[in-house]
Design a protein around this ligand. Sequence first.
Ligand SMILES: [Fe+2]
Ligand SMILES: [Fe+2]
Length: 271
Amino acid sequence: MLSSPFIKVLILGDVVGPLGRQGVKKYLALHKEKDQFDFVIANGENATHGHGLSLDHYKELIADGVDCVTNGNHLFNSPDLFNHVEDFQYAIRPLNLDPGVPLKGSLIFTLNNGAKIRVSNVLGRVFIPMAQTNPFYAMDEVLKDDKEPIINLVDFHAEATAEKRIMAEYLDGRVTAVFGTHTHVQTNDPKILNKGTFFLTDVGMNGAYDSVLGDAKEGSMKRTITGMPATMEVFKKGKILVNGLILKISTVTGLVEEYQLVNEEFESDPK
Ligand SMILES: [Fe+2]
Ligand SMILES: [Fe+2]
């Protein structure tokens, strides 16, 4: 018998560079105990210099209180994953890649109160490279024999809003929640679908507030406006934006009972 009929899960959007990591640290220091989060997920694909996830930065996120780190299309910018895969115990990568790619695409976590949570990470195919197999069928494979756990959370790392909604509709009634990552922009469309699955198009970004998706404006603007190559750098100064999603989930039904977006700003530490 579970001691509590509910768990509270915090999901943090793509963590971009040093300011993103600082934002996660500050937010969790302030809220993790106070708001009684039972489980924390963060997308770490941009945690190291904006591209990839080093072992040190993975460990930093775990030490801050993240329980599961998801990834995305920047997975191959993370050489540590290939050299120290056994150290990334609580990290997952997109499911729909070659089976030889390090890490699993889906993991089950058991909480102290006995609740079991499956977290899956899957990659879209519209306006985003890298997926090797059909993301919808990849999710079918994961779910086909799942009697337990009843709490199923899906990080759909995708660009196109329609593809994200279609994944949520495809999994409606079969999983607890489908939330998007990758665009670095939080959407204001949280909702419960007809068969009970929670959906949010994109959780957003943790990173520099005064930036283009976490990058310094100069390089991004030059490359986009002129079409010429330009140095793209993560922006490391000024205010921090923290974007996330809080789900209160029934451990009896596996359904989201309450939800709330997180959209906070913090001052960065002086250098
Ligand atoms: Fe990202
Ligand atoms: Fe991405």
